[in-house]
Design a protein around this ligand. Structure first.
Ligand code: NDP
Ligand code: GDR
Length: 327
């Protein structure tokens, strides 16, 4: 029997790597879309960490280039397309609102067009975000909670989300949108708050740093593990009908508590090392996010398996090991 083929945009990112691992384990042929850069080769450190680089087929492509995306669809003939690529760092979106609108917003339309025109057989997944809720009015966010985006990133994601819904309704495409709340791992980018904290705690513990400068530590997020969340993406595309799903743990935690747990892992008192730095504050903040994953639990049979404390321990330990290796 021929293998199912999945195309993943954003394969070099955190979720792309974990999703590729899951799909390879499910017996898929995995084609990863990568951007050309002047550096030698592709930034495969996340795929390397998982030991799967050699099993992924890399293909050059950029979300902004619709003709290239059409070519990829024609050549790969995918059964499933996961659109994970984006300018994904919220804070940068105020500095680069146009680029963010193009890749995180219009890029989704490019992908939907490429699939509609060249791979109509394929099922499509869009990486939507809890940031779309922004200035929310409801204590727990569901698929029915109204959106109020608070950053250029969130506005662009909202466009991608509604375009996905619209292509589903207009063209009958099997297009699903996962409204994923924050999810982290040792493969998280160092600029995101969780990894900044676990890397910072490890650096201080090893005598490589003396302080950690933070923004708004009152912010609260519903944090899960990326490995759990990519399983929800895959499950969405295994359903007979496409739909939108909130993926979250149902628990929210402050940045401050995250810091306490991470520093405790290396036996440090955070009060001695954390400094507030206005450079890390945002022009507009999303204070609290808390997702209700009931629909994903019922319809997909999805459950998160890794607790927040387990994840923090894994991340701190991985950063300690990496920094020790670096000497
Ligand atoms: P990362 O920032 O780790 O990865 C982003 C990926 O997108 C990278 O592979 C990057 O490639 C690629 N990319 C960016 N711009 C382009 C472009 N123009 N053309 C092609 N590739 C591009 O993000 P995550 O893995 O954390 O997130 C995956 C997706 O899920 C993103 O869309 C994000 O916005 C969304 N999301 C993430 C959540 C989270 O908590 N992680 C929660 C909700 C949504 P390169 O390596 O070349 O930079
Ligand atoms: P977020 O993630 O903006 O929620 O977007 P991030 O980890 O950057 O921020 C989370 C919260 O922590 C506060 N914070 C800080 N953040 C950073 N990066 N650095 C700091 O020093 C700092 N201090 C406090 C932030 O203000 C914020 O409230 C992530 C991304 O993965 C998006 O792509 C995704 O869509 C959403 O999660 C869901």
């Amino acid at each position: 029997m021929t293998k199912k083929c999945a195309v993943i945009t954003g394969i070099t990112g955190q979720d792309g790597a974990y999703l590729a691992e899951l799909l390879l384990n499910e017996g898929y042929r995995v084609v990863g879309v990568v951007r050309r850069s002047s550096h030698y080769g592709v930034a495969t450190h996340r795929l390397d960490w998982l030991g799967i680089t050699d099993r992924v087929e890399m293909i050059d492509g950029d979300l902004l280039d619709v003709s290239g995306m059409c070519r990829i669809m024609r050549e790969a003939k995918p059964d499933e397309v996961y659109n994970l690529a984006a300018q994904s760092f919220v804070k940068t979106s105020w500095d680069q609102p146009l680029l963010t609108s193009q890749s995180t917003g219009l890029g989704v339309v490019n992908m939907l067009e490429a699939v509609r025109l060249e791979a109509p057989q394929a099922r499509f997944y869009q990486a939507s975000s809890s940031e779309m809720y922004g200035l929310i009015q409801e204590p727990m966010q569901t698929e029915k909670t109204p959106f109020y985006p608070r950053s250029p990133y969130a506005v662009a994601k909202l466009m991608g989300h509604w375009m996905t819904v619209n292509y589903r309704e207009s063209f009958g495409m099997h297009a699903s949108s996962g409204i994923l709340f924050n999810h982290e791992s040792p493969l998280r980018g160092l600029e995101f708050v969780t990894r900044k904290i676990t890397d910072g705690a490890a650096r201080i513990a090893l005598g490589k740093a003396t302080e950690l400068r933070m923004g708004n530590t009152d912010a609260q997020r519903d944090w899960g593990h990326a490995k759990d969340y990519v399983r929800a993406m895959w499950l969405m595309l295994q359903q007979d009908n496409p739909d939108d799903y909130v993926v979250a743990t149902g628990q929210t935690t402050s940045v401050r508590r995250f810091i306490e747990v991470a520093f405790a892992r290396v036996g440090l008192d955070p009060d001695k090392y954390i400094k507030t730095d206005p450079a890390f504050l945002r022009p507009a903040e999303v204070d609290v996010l808390l997702g209700d994953p009931s629909k994903a639990k019922t319809a997909l049979g999805w459950q998160p398996q890794i607790s927040l404390d387990e994840m923090i321990a894994e991340m701190v330990d991985a950063d300690m090991a990496r920094l020790k290796r670096q000497g």
